[in-house]
Design a protein around this ligand. Structure first.
Ligand SMILES: O=C(O)c1cccc(C(=O)CC[C@H]2O[C@@H](n3cnc4c(=O)[nH]cnc43)[C@H](O)[C@@H]2O)c1
Length: 238
């Protein structure tokens, strides 16, 4: 997608009275990759004020550019990357929810005969972007209480969807805490970081990370879970 499409739900104001830091979240940007995810989020928000939902495109580069363009035009208090994802074996099942405790560009680095070197090891910055951990924990707790099976862990950003069992095993053994993989989080988070805005990533699981079997992707179930996640977000962030 070349042209990011923004659906503004409302420009109203809301205050988060449950936040221990008393920070008020007046305006929240949710970035999805495709329109089906945007629609699920909008249905779940059910007209709640203060949320804008952007289709940022597939892949970290497109997501970063779309998010940065939006943040340059409007002030937000938090940015949330949301959508469907692959879940790592024994970490996140189909239709469960993963709230990132960190956002990690899993394939940003260098391959060597002795293994993978991350951006950090190469000395070119960091492949890890911290989330607003207080907010992430509060959202995860609310999702769990609402009955959605919810995990907290690293959500990896990859350029290529993992399609072999060997790759899945290699990634899981290289990255402790790898819970889900998707393709946009690091891009959205890089834009948010450069605008000094807190970031979250929340994903619902459509498929296992492993041998490619598109017929086994449970996109409908994952989108239904994403809609429920969004209705909880409307409650917990209000
Ligand atoms: O075909 C459809 O109806 C449909 C509806 C909603 C979303 C899609 C996508 O294909 C979304 C692509 C999006 O999903 C993320 N994703 C999902 N599973 C994985 C995975 O195993 N590894 C990496 N990324 C995954 C990713 O963020 C894509 O942008 C189709």
């Amino acid at each position: 997608m070349n042209q990011a499409k923004q659906a503004e739900i409302s420009s109203g104001t809301f205050v988060n009275s449950n936040n221990p830091s008393s920070r008020s979240l007046k305006r929240i940007l949710i970035v999805t990759s495709v329109e089906a995810e945007q629609e699920a989020v909008i249905h779940g928000l059910n007209g709640a004020e203060g949320f804008d939902v952007l289709v940022g495109g597939v892949g970290a580069v497109c997501a970063a550019a779309s998010t940065a363009r939006t943040l340059a035009a409007t002030t937000y208090d938090v940015v949330i990357c949301a959508g469907i994802a692959g879940g790592f074996k024994e970490k996140a099942d189909i239709a469960s929810v993963v709230v990132a405790d960190e956002i990690l560009a899993a394939d940003l680095g260098a391959e060597t005969p002795d293994g993978f070197l991350s951006l950090d090891e190469l000395g070119f910055g960091s492949a890890r972007i911290p989330v607003d951990i207080t907010l992430a924990k509060r959202v995860a707790e609310a999702l769990q209480i609402s009955g959605l099976p919810t995990h907290t862990g690293s959500i990896l950003t990859v350029s290529t969807v993992t399609g072999r069992a060997e790759t899945a095993t290699a990634i899981a053994s290289r990255i402790a805490g790898a819970t889900a993989e998707a393709m946009e989080g690091y891009g959205v988070a890089t834009a948010a970081q450069q605008f000094e805005i807190p970031v979250l990533e929340i994903r619902t699981i459509s498929n296992p990370v492993g041998p490619r079997d598109r017929s086994a992707w449970r996109i409908k179930e994952a989108l239904e879970a994403l809609e429920k996640v969004s209705s909880v977000l409307a409650e917990v962030l209000r």
